[in-house]
Design a protein around this ligand. Sequence first.
Ligand SMILES: [Zn+2]
Length: 241
Amino acid sequence: MPEAWLIRKTDDYDRFKYSVGDWSAGMIPRVGCPSCGEVRTWGLSYPSVDLQVLGEDVLRWLKRGRDSRIESLSLEQYRELEQTLAPLLGPNRPLRPLTNLGPSTGLAEGAFPDFTWAGGLVGDIFMRRSVFETVCAAGFALTGIKANLQYRRERKDPLIQLEILPGLHVHEAQRPELCATCGFANERPKGIRISPDDFDDTIPLQRIYERPDFIVANAAFSAFVRERELTAVRLAPVIFE
Ligand SMILES: [Zn+2]
């Protein structure tokens, strides 16, 4: 069996006093499916996607900021948007309703621990630039994006937002049923067991597609987190089956 660990917040996480703006540059709205209702599949986030290459005719379908008037799309509108965005996303960034695109925006303040977690459901992870550089220098190929955050005072060590792709699936037996009309699952999986055949242990961090708030670290990256005693993170074993 491979070794892998879930990256979770520490239990005493509240002792770190900070906040990070967690609005992405653009979010795919909810989608109304004629069969299963309103599809709310939260949790995927691709901060590296550059929305600036898109025209206003496409951007107007995305939810941008708190004041966006777009609340939901019809399935036909969603399909059209999906087709338009496909070349920008490439094959490793599956799209679905409530996917976040582009770097986070908003105000960031306080003292940031080594693993800085945005609020909300996405669970985006940020690292101070110095921590990110240490991780990269140790040979871990992480994708980091300069988040679009505003600080009250200038930071020598600003936050880098990690892009963590959903390379893993839960075990077949635990996957929820997909709607025949829209193709999405409108419920959570029955658990988060992983099939060992599905696991590529060369990837330092990856999300579980059916539960993107669960992030899996490979053995090497987990060992690094322990050795360096990185703060605001704990490791829980992944169960393979
Ligand atoms: Zn449906």
